[in-house]
Design a protein around this ligand. Structure first.
Ligand SMILES: Nc1ncnc2c1ncn2[C@@H]1O[C@H](COP(=O)(O)OP(=O)(O)OP(=O)(O)O)[C@@H](O)[C@H]1O
Length: 332
């Protein structure tokens, strides 16, 4: 995973609480300690990276993480905030003057369809996963700038399973709906070109909104391509040795396959370490865990993945030294 200087993206997904953040943060530390300028991103509003690194990484911008040998930066994006920012930028577009005028010219029907580029509707009742999609689009925006071209490893501590899946199927929807809106807008613009000068103010506002939409659409396409690019991207499934978690991981793998998202590794975290003197509780737990591990061997979705076993450690994994300790065990 550390080999090569080409930029690589790692996305960690799985059921809540299995240890995605700990695994993502420990992988990021591993990369940084192996010479990769690394960025670790979270789109989880719970600020889990700050907890994991035991440093305040909030604020929606890149924050340096202290400790590793090479630069390691963290970015925590609050999806609700990303949507709000977009909404306030597009709300400024107003456009009621144009609407009134066009209604007067008998073009009301088109305006109705346009309805302020239908943004209000899109943002008031967002389809599931839109927030995360926008948050990831925001990450892409960061990565477009020259300043961030130095990063050779980008690790995503993704949102829980359901959200991630919805997000993955989203770009197609957005591409279709935004594309439609933009086409409609073009129609209106040509119909109103004669009156542009009268309503220059509104036109400019609408243009800004349309530009923002176009940018969002382009970034969504990039996100979609990124998720499916086998050369640069890998989705790592994190699970625990418990039947329910493994069944869910199997479903996750199946849906990722359907979306053509590349998966190679399965981390089974929190496995009881070997012991010669198990108490009754530990003996029961061990049996349970080994049954769950057998399930992986027989699961058609999971059995062909590279299995990585992560031990249950007896300390809380918090801060760079603890993450390095975990990372050295898991990410060989
Ligand atoms: N291998 C491990 N051994 C011991 N404790 C662990 C291990 N992995 C994770 N933990 C602990 O389990 C808890 C949950 O871990 P973490 O926050 O990484 O999970 P998560 O999957 O990201 O959760 P969420 O989906 O809720 O964000 C944390 O307290 C973490 O320290």
């Amino acid at each position: 995973m550390v080999a090569g200087t080409q930029r690589k993206y790692y996305m960690l997904g799985g059921k809540g609480g299995v240890g995605k953040t700990s695994c993502a943060a420990s992988l990021a530390v591993k990369f940084a300690n192996n010479g990769h300028p690394t960025l670790v991103v979270s789109t989880d509003p719970a600020h889990s990276l700050s907890d994991s690194f035991a440093q305040d990484l909030t604020g929606g911008t890149l924050v340096p993480v202290e400790g590793p040998e090479c630069p390691l930066f963290a970015l925590e994006i609050n999806p609700d905030k990303a949507r709000e920012e977009f909404r306030s930028a597009t709300q400024k577009s107003g456009g009621t003057g144009v609407k009134d005028f066009m209604e007067g010219m008998g073009l009301g029907m088109l305006v109705e369809q346009l309805g302020e580029l239908k943004l209000g509707e899109l943002l008031d009742t967002p389809p599931p996963g839109l927030d995360e999609a926008m948050a990831i689009a925001k990450v892409m925006q960061f990565l477009e700038s020259q300043e961030y071209s130095m990063f050779t490893r980008i690790v995503f501590d993704t949102a829980p399973t359901g959200h991630t899946l919805r997000l993955l199927s989203l770009p197609d929807f957005l591409d279709a709906s935004i594309g439609k809106i933009l086409k409609l807008r073009q129609k209106i613009t040509s119909a109103t070109s004669a009156i542009k000068s009268i309503f220059r103010q509104e036109q400019t506002g609408q243009q800004d909104a349309a530009d923002k939409l176009e940018q969002l659409r382009e970034r969504m396409i990039k996100v979609r391509e990124l998720f499916r690019d086998t050369d640069s991207t890998e989705f790592v499934i994190v699970t625990i040795p418990a039947v329910m978690a493994i069944n869910e991981s199997s479903r996750l793998r199946a849906s990722l396959k359907k979306e053509n998202v590349p998966v190679k590794r399965l981390v089974v975290n929190q496995i009881l370490p070997p012991s010669a003197t198990d108490c009754k509780f530990c003996a029961m737990k061990r049996k349970d865990q080994s049954r769950a591990l057998d399930l992986i061997q027989n699961d058609p979705e999971l059995s062909n993945l590279t299995l990585i076993q992560g031990p249950l450690v007896d300390v809380e994994i918090r801060g760079v030294p603890a993450l390095k300790f975990l990372g050295d065990i898991i990410w060989k």
